[in-house]
Design a protein around this ligand. Structure first.
Ligand SMILES: Nc1ncnc2c1ncn2[C@@H]1O[C@H](COP(=O)(O)OP(=O)(O)OP(=O)(O)O)[C@@H](O)[C@H]1O
Length: 611
């Protein structure tokens, strides 16, 4: 079981329900007030029915004696009419509570979801979105991780529980009235049993689904053989049985505690049934005795019996309890996200003219939570219009350097500058608009091919000519024109008329997107292995036309392919987060250092392959 499954929730979580109710009233006052009224009516009407049936029972004996049409008979009809009206009211109020509670819950979930989304996308850097703890908080604030219970579910569940407690408290009061002391005792016993039942129910569910990591892995093991990505290897390597067996053994191991808890719970239910039986029998015995000895009317007996029956509903833990529990925990997480206004207006853009050098000075960087720095004091100045290649072994820090130059991360030390202006939080967003990039894990948006390319400069999405031009430059135009809906084809076969693109086609789309951004004013183009999925002809074409395509922009290309790298005007070699060589291809070959060694290794392999 998870460590905190049985523990009481933290103070923040316990306070979440009142805070959530206040939030609901502030976000949708009218709906919240109507929900509250409906909940109270739905809970109070059954208490009224109990009273009316008691009145009817007491009125029956004289009415039977006096016959139809007499005042006693009319008294009976009045009670019957009241019972019918209250039945109707119960159903109407309950339906209204359900509909209003759901609407209110949806509103609350939506608003809190926006708050989380705005707060998460608010920071101009991206490190927090790679932090598993932060991603966990975002997920939990949306109600993921246990059962799917976003904050609004707690609002809905709370309205149901509020009704239940109104009925319960009202019925206890009636029972107390007809048998003083008894109502209070029964109510107190039932409340204790209820809280234990809710706790057990919650633990059972938590056991089943809150072991996020283990169950995520278990589900992963179950799903791998059916995912398209793995389907080929699962067949070729004969992995189906491995995944099936691993899934079964992990599932059994994870569920052992759940099953133990369930057995414990079943035992508790037996105890509850016995306690309930004894309580109900005692109440009826007591009331019958009092009625027989003239201490109570038959109507009192009926009221007492119905009140006990209504109180029995407290002896139940249901999904509404889970909604309140998990939903309010999600709300507590959501409330922990600050209220951030969306940046409607871009930040200041104080950038010097396009001729400014992009540079970094003593640039240091450490990923959040990591012990060691990845970059150890990089000094680099890239004059405007220069094409720079960055090479180095895997893990040398090339992509990290590119992310920092693009303003996607804040340096741990040193600075990135454009001319004399440092890139910092106040202007980071506007600097990011000056940069276009094709990262190794570029975006593959399940939207139209037009959107996918226009994202390079969304403000110019109507530039049809520009879109066609960059598609042609990226070698995509024929592909797009051959699509079922042309430019409006959705790039995923999961949608009607949509298609899946190959790895190379996706890469061309990413290149076209970057070129579209350049066409509309970006000044720095970063390409991290932009040709990794391109065929040899497409790669050659990309680099042969590179200068023409990039139209004098500053370009930084990261590549392991020296045929590509040597075309750059300048090459820097990164090794363990430090620049160890800097010069033209010819300079570095002449120097006979790391670059020359790597170049020779690749050239040798090529020659061997040819011979
Ligand atoms: N998001 C991240 N969080 C923590 N560490 C990271 C992250 N991204 C990269 N690293 C680490 O930083 C170091 C440098 O990674 P980086 O991706 O910059 O190298 P690279 O030179 O681009 O490598 P490659 O040639 O394999 O793409 C590596 O040790 C890597 O494990």
């Amino acid at each position: 079981m998870t460590a905190d499954a049985g523990r009481p929730p933290s103070p923040a979580k316990r306070r979440a329900m009142p805070a959530l109710v206040r939030y609901a009233f502030s976000e949708a006052p009218a709906v919240a007030a109507l929900t509250a009224v409906a909940a109270v009516l739905a809970g109070a009407a059954p208490v009224g029915i109990t009273i009316a049936i008691g009145g009817l029972v007491d009125a029956l004996t004289p009415a039977i004696g006096q016959g139809p049409g007499t005042p006693a008979a009319r008294e009976c009809y009045r009670w019957i009419a009241l019972v019918v009206a209250l039945f109707l009211l119960t159903h109407l109020a309950e339906s209204a509570r359900t509909a209003l509670g759901r609407a209110l819950g949806r509103r609350v979930t939506g608003r809190l979801g926006e708050r989380v989304m705005t707060a998460a996308s608010g920071p101009t850097t991206i490190g927090h979105l790679e932090d598993p703890a932060h991603l966990g908080r975002i997920g939990r604030a949306r109600g993921e991780g246990t059962i799917d219970m976003p904050p609004g579910e707690a609002v809905f569940g709370f309205s149901a529980k509020a009704s239940m407690w109104v009925t319960g408290i009202g019925s206890a009061a009636l029972l107390t009235q007809v048998a003083w002391g008894l109502g209070l005792i029964v109510f107190a016993v039932f409340v204790v049993i209820h809280s234990r039942l809710v706790r057990n129910y919650r633990i059972a569910v938590v056991e089943t689904v809150n072991q996020t990591k283990k169950l995520r892995r278990t589900s992963y093991l179950r799903d791998v053989p059916t995912t398209p990505d793995a389907a080929r290897e699962v067949r070729l390597f004969g992995l189906a049985a491995f995944f099936r067996d691993a899934y079964h053994s992990e599932w059994r191991a994870n569920m052992a505690e759940v099953w133990r808890r369930r057995r414990e719970h079943d035992l508790f239910v037996v105890v509850v049934v016995v306690v309930t039986g004894v309580t109900v029998a005692s109440v009826f015995h007591y009331l019958a005795h009092r009625a027989a000895t003239g201490g109570a009317t038959v109507g009192d007996l009926a009221v007492g019996g119905l009140a006990v029956r209504a109180l029995l509903q407290i002896l139940r833990a249901d999904d509404d309890d889970l909604r309140v529990g998990f939903g309010s925990e999600a709300a507590a997480e959501a409330f922990a996200f600050p209220v951030v206004a969306s940046p409607a207006v871009p930040d200041q853009a104080p950038w010097p003219g396009p001729a400014a050098t992009i540079s970094c000075e003593n640039l240091r960087f450490r990923y959040g939570g990591a012990a060691d720095e990845v970059l150890h004091g990089i000094d680099l100045a890239v004059p405007a219009g220069q094409s720079l290649a960055v090479v180095g072994l895997n893990g040398a820090g090339k992509t990290t350097l590119a992310r920092l130059l693009a303003g996607l991360d804040a340096p741990s030390g040193g600075s990135v500058r454009v001319g004399a202006t440092p890139v910092e939080d106040a202007n980071r967003r506007s600097w990011q608009r000056q940069v276009v990039a094709v990262f190794q894990d570029f975006g593959r948006y399940e939207l139209t091919v037009r959107d996918n390319i226009a994202f390079g400069s969304l403000a110019h999405a109507d530039d049809e000519e520009g879109l066609r031009a960059v598609a042609r430059q990226a070698g995509l135009l024929k592909f797009i024109e051959g699509l079922p809906n042309g430019w409006d084809t959705v790039m995923s076969s999961g949608y009607p008329g949509g298609v899946d693109a190959s790895g190379g086609e996706w890469q061309r789309i990413a290149i076209a997107r970057a070129l579209f951004g350049l066409r509309h004013g970006a000044r720095l183009l970063i390409m991290d292995e932009p040709a990794a999925s391109l065929d040899a002809r497409a790669e050659a074409r990309l680099y042969d036309t590179f200068h023409e395509l990039t139209a004098g922009a500053t370009t930084i290309a990261i590549s392991h392919r020296f045929a590509t790298v040597r075309k750059a005007e300048r090459v820097v070699v990164l090794d363990h987060g430090r620049i160890v060589e800097d010069g033209t291809h010819e300079d570095l070959i002449g120097a006979g250092g790391r670059y020359a060694e790597l170049f020779r290794l690749q050239a040798k392999r090529f020659e061997e392959a040819q011979s």
